[in-house]
Design a binder for this molecule. Structure first.
Ligand SMILES: NC(=O)c1ccc[n+]([C@@H]2O[C@H](COP(=O)([O-])OP(=O)(O)OC[C@H]3O[C@@H](n4cnc5c(N)ncnc54)[C@H](OP(=O)(O)O)[C@@H]3O)[C@@H](O)[C@H]2O)c1
Length: 223
């Protein structure tokens, strides 16, 4: 546990803030007093939304610069963007492998690299690798590997960033009912048991941001 963070009047950027988890994280942070800026590829007409494809390092830099210049600070960054693909490796295309890693792994690394120099002491950055980063599964190897890399990156970052007083949380929620599996970029999802409620998962992540927690393993979501 590190120092708690008072969320009132903090500036939070949610990459993937229009998604099933991201929009609940955005709502929860807003209800606790944050100014929330969302970022994703789609346009949603909201004034606090940035439309950008975060597979590009330049786009990540531009999104971060925009937030810092327009809102004057960057106290919380949550990376809730991602794509999933299913299928055994023999039937998975190179394009699919590249898109999964570009979005989930490279996109995360680019975002963290762009954000960290602007984050003040006491600020918090959250990666959402997921339970798959604790145990990969057949038929999900590429997605799972992209997320295990995120978890590993976050592990190193938590020690690198501590020097500047920035807290990194790697969140590994179990399967959650956001519809992500039905939007797979390739393959068909296996039959999963009913997943967690995204609102509850989002509230758990925001509680960790506020309370000073430094890691959110899958077991942290079980009750
Ligand atoms: N749902 C689960 O069971 C579960 C469990 C553990 C971890 N996770 C992880 O949690 C994160 C959020 O998942 P979710 O279920 O909320 O998925 P989701 O509902 O599909 O949301 C994904 C978000 O990412 C954005 N996005 C995708 N590609 C992007 C890109 N290139 N640039 C910018 N934004 C991009 C999407 O918006 P646009 O399409 O408009 O760009 C959307 O806002 C993902 O990293 C996922 O792997 C999910």
């Amino acid at each position: 546990m590190e120092a708690a963070l008072n969320l009132t009047n903090k500036v939070a950027l949610i990459a993937g803030g229009t998604g099933g988890l991201g929009q609940h994280i955005a709502t929860e942070l807003q209800s606790r007093g944050c100014t929330v800026i969302t970022c994703s590829r789609s346009q949603n007409g909201e004034s606090h939304h940035i439309s950008a494809d975060l597979r590009s390092p330049d786009s990540a830099q531009q999104a971060i610069s925009h937030v810092v210049e327009k809102y004057g600070s960057l106290d919380i960054v949550v990376n809730a963007m991602g794509v999933v693909a299913f299928g055994e490796i023999g039937t998975t295309s190179i394009d699919t492998i590249e898109e999964v890693f570009l979005t989930n792994t490279f996109g995360h690394i680019f975002l963290v690299q762009a954000a960290l120099p602007h984050m003040p002491k006491g600020s918090v950055l959250v990666g959402i690798s997921g339970v798959i980063a604790e145990q990969n599964l057949p038929g999900m190897s590429v997605y799972g590997a992209s997320k295990a890399a995120v978890r590993s990156f976050d592990e190193a970052m938590s020690r690198e960033a501590r020097k500047n007083g920035v807290r990194i949380i790697d969140a590994r929620p179990p399967h959650t009912e956001t519809g992500l599996a039905s939007r797979a970029i390739a393959g068909t999802a296996p039959k999963f048991p009913v997943g967690l409620d995204p609102e509850i998962v989002a509230k758990r992540i925001v509680a960790a941001i506020a309370s000073g927690e430094t890691d959110l393993p899958s077991t942290a979501f079980s009750n």
